[in-house]
Write a protein that binds this ligand. Structure first.
Ligand code: C2E
Ligand code: CA
Ligand code: CA
Length: 392
């Protein structure tokens, strides 16, 4: 892969108060094919960061006038996107602590090297920086959040009996300046490994509800569904977060649906039960997402206070041509109804699939046949133009 196109640029800024070390590092980096500026002066460094926008910064931690931590804070305040390599004579533990500190502030920390640095080690480190320049990492996600690179799309949901649109599902998107639009399945699992998933979830809730209030003000009455990772349910004080977000947006809890994927039991059944039940008591809808796959199982259905079953698209997409999938879809709808839950099909791509779902008495549907996920500002127009879905 041509990573040079993904690193923001070919420029490397080196700061080290020892001129001879700085010169050596500069020479090695230049030999690796980068443009290099070497400085020993923190003020000059700050100015170069702003005016020259390096793609990689090589930072010495211990300098007489300022220390590396201060410079890291400066870089974080400036929301610098460069990959940062710490090179220093300190103990490795200190360097790693500095690395974590930088990462926590949203900097793209590329690693630490202890002095004296051998030419081969530095060359290798630069190669690695190049190689994983295109990787989705937690610091990049945090940077993206701070830089406003995330946005939501909304996919309409239709009542199968009346053929009227009834709501939307919010789907998270990340428009990375170098990587392009990153699909949620590429970054959500990464965010789930850290507390970032909490920040992302809060952002999604806030943003989705803000749109919902806008749409309500325009006379559009629709439910908004938000996806939740199982981890968030057990760990985040979701009850409070959701109530606060609803209150701030002036949205009634009844028009919010939370779609839960994976094993809810993962984070502890007791806690999840407690949180989900309290949310239900507030009138918030709860959907078990991707039903029929992976951990989304009958055990969950029986234990937790869901109000809706979302039939996974792998069964729905070709239910009109696959007899097996038609049987599965019918059985899930039946199961949902017997348990007193609504059945919703995702991945409806054809009128034939819709007809089959209607015969099975499935309640609601969503899929490319009606609309793909749409930008938020297209929603009012779409709902106006499609007040009733026409099948001819
Ligand atoms: P999901 O909740 O099952 O969302 C439905 C996915 O199916 C979406 O993919 C949607 O674009 C796609 N889709 C919709 N209609 C059709 C259709 O007719 N045919 C086919 N083949 N696909 C259809 P997307 O947007 O890439 O999202 C993938 C998954 O990422 C979602 O699956 C959800 O699990 C997760 N996700 C998205 N946004 C969030 C979020 O805000 N938070 C969390 N935790 N997960 C999210
Ligand atoms: Ca979903
Ligand atoms: Ca799904």
């Amino acid at each position: 892969m041509d990573t040079a196109a993904i690193l923001p640029n070919n420029r490397v800024l080196v700061i080290d108060d020892d001129p001879s070390v700085a010169a050596v590092i500069g020479r090695i980096v230049r030999r690796s094919g980068y443009d290099v500026i070497v400085t020993a002066d923190p003020a000059d460094f700050r100015q170069r960061v702003r005016s020259w926008s390096p793609g990689i910064i090589i930072l010495d931690l211990g300098m007489p006038e300022t220390d590396g931590i201060e410079l890291l804070r400066y870089l974080a305040d400036e929301q610098v996107k460069a990959r940062i390599l710490i090179v220093s004579g300190f103990d490795r533990k200190v360097l790693e602590a500095a690395q974590r500190l930088g990462a926590a502030r949203g900097l793209d920390m590329a690693g630490v090297l202890t002095k004296p640095v051998r030419a081969g080690t530095l060359t290798e480190a630069l190669k690695n920086i190049d190689r994983d320049a295109s990787a989705v990492t937690a610091p990049r996600i945090l940077q993206g959040l701070l830089a406003d690179e995330f946005y939501l799309e909304f996919q309409p949901k239709i009542d199968i009996r009346t053929l009227q649109p009834i709501g939307v599902e919010a789907l998270l998107r990340w428009n990375h300046p170098e990587l392009g639009v990153v699909p949620p399945l590429d970054f959500i699992p990464v965010a789930e490994e850290t507390d970032l998933i909490h920040r992302l979830t809060e952002w999604v809730l806030e943003t989705a509800l803000r749109y919902q209030r806008e749409w309500t003000a325009k006379g559009l009455n629709l439910t908004v569904a938000v996806n939740l990772s199982a981890r968030v349910i057990a760990e985040l004080d979701l009850n409070v977060v959701v109530s606060d977000a609803c209150a701030r947006a002036g949205v009634t809890p009844g028009s919010l649906i939370l779609e839960v994927t994976e094993s809810v039991a993962m984070g502890g059944v007791e806690k999840s039960m407690d949180v989900l039940t309290r949310l239900r008591l507030k009138g918030i809808g709860l959907a078990i997402d991707d039903f029929g796959t992976g951990y989304s199982s009958l055990v969950q259905l029986q234990r937790l206070p869901f109000s809706e079953v979302k039939i996974d698209k792998s069964f729905v997409m070709d239910c009109a041509t696959s007899k097996d999938n038609a049987v599965i879809v019918g059985a899930i709808v039946d199961l949902a109804h017997r348990l007193g839950l609504r059945a919703v099909a995702e991945g409806v791509e054809s009128p034939e699939a819709l007809r089959l779902l209607a015969e099975a008495e499935c309640d609601a549907a969503q899929g490319f046949f009606f609309a793909p996920p749409l930008p938020a500002d297209a929603i009012p127009g779409w709902f106006r133009d499609n007040a009733v879905i026409r099948l001819d």
